[in-house]
Ligand binder design. Structure first.
Ligand code: PNS
Length: 168
């Protein structure tokens, strides 16, 4: 069995993230989505809420794509490399929307390999989601704008609740 970890902040999950998880699940037997803290980002949703939203999104896709029913979701409590060791992952899988993402991801990929030998595999993000970022989604919801076609079901309600807004 080949295990890979799809790590990220997922604050919240977007359709771009979900596309990367789907594509990883089509290539590897065992995919673990790892919800982790990025010290460079101020989080809005707590890690367990983020994980629940990812689980719900994966479950929905699994109704039509059986490979998704094997995907597991877990919170990464510390270093990603320790989590990868624990689940015996052979690689980390990350999506890249463009050069900016590569610039941010390359040092982490090199550091993770330095720390533990774990490799990172980059998948090019689907162009349909090139403009979709969790930070933009949060900003739009904060200002009452529409993001329903950019995120899985349940995400907008969770963001509204975390922002103290009335349920839509
Ligand atoms: O979605 P993001 O914010 O690009 O994901 C980055 C994330 C959360 C995967 C990264 O910050 C991470 O791995 N955090 C866990 C702690 C860790 O291992 N830090 C050292 C990274 S080299």
């Amino acid at each position: 069995m080949t295990t890979v970890v799809c790590p990220g902040s997922f604050d919240p999950i977007t359709l771009g993230h979900l596309d990367i998880v789907r594509r990883a699940a089509s290539m590897f037997d065992d995919v673990v989505v790892g919800i982790a803290k990025n010290p460079g980002k101020s989080g809005l949703l707590d890690l367990e809420t983020r994980a629940e939203l990812v689980r719900a999104a994966v479950f929905t896709v699994a109704q039509t794509e059986p490979a998704m029913s094997r995907v597991r979701v877990a919170v990464v409590p510390g270093l990603l490399v320790d989590f990868c060791r624990e689940v015996e992952a052979v690689a980390v899988v990350k999506g890249l929307r463009g050069g900016g993402d590569f610039d941010a991801e390359q040092p982490m990929a090199l550091m993770n390999r330095h720390l533990s030998g774990v490799e990172t595999i980059f998948l090019p993000g689907d162009q349909r989601y090139a403009h979709v970022a969790s930070s933009l989604v949060k900003d739009i919801v904060r200002h009452g704008g529409p993001v329903d076609d950019l995120v899985p079901a349940g995400v907008v309600a969770a963001l509204r609740s975390a922002l103290g807004q009335p349920a839509g």
